[in-house]
Design a protein around this ligand. Structure first.
Ligand code: HEC
Length: 106
């Protein structure tokens, strides 16, 4: 009887452990590698952002091609680039760039 219980207990533990082990995500996977980026084709975006956000052989700009946002969200991102990273940009370009970027998807 004790033996049967022991076998049952071991069996139950291994049944519950198997799916748990599979649920663990691979810790090394970077966001860039888990989904395809959207190539940036807007020449203004490439010229203004491509100096720091390097273009790969598929036309993806680093970070930008994996970012999904609204025009307002892109405006904020551009402001962050100006404030934090020293991006130099003039007023009218702002709208054109966020327009070009929001074609990447919301
Ligand atoms: C002077 C260099 C520089 C330029 C020019 C630049 N960036 Fe960045 N950007 C950075 C750095 C540095 C980071 C932070 C590093 C990182 O997270 O990969 C960053 C991060 C980002 C991020 C992710 C973090 C966040 O704050 O949202 C987005 C989105 C982004 N940049 C968009 C843009 C866009 C759009 C342009 C063009 C209008 C641009 N960047 C131009 C340097 C730059």
């Amino acid at each position: 009887m004790v033996r049967t219980l022991l076998i049952l207990a071991v069996a139950t533990v291994s049944v519950f452990q198997a799916p748990l082990a599979q649920a663990q995500p691979a810790p090394t996977a970077a966001p860039e590698e888990t989904e395809p980026g959207i190539p940036v084709t807007d020449p203004l975006v490439i010229s203004k952002c491509g100096t720091c956000h390097v273009k790969d052989d598929k036309g993806n700009l680093s970070r930008i091609s994996w970012e999904r946002s609204t025009p307002e969200g892109w405006e904020e991102a551009i402001k962050r680039m100006v404030r934090l990273n020293g991006l130099k940009i003039t007023g009218p370009f702002h709208c054109q760039i966020s327009g070009g970027l929001s074609r990447l998807g919301a």
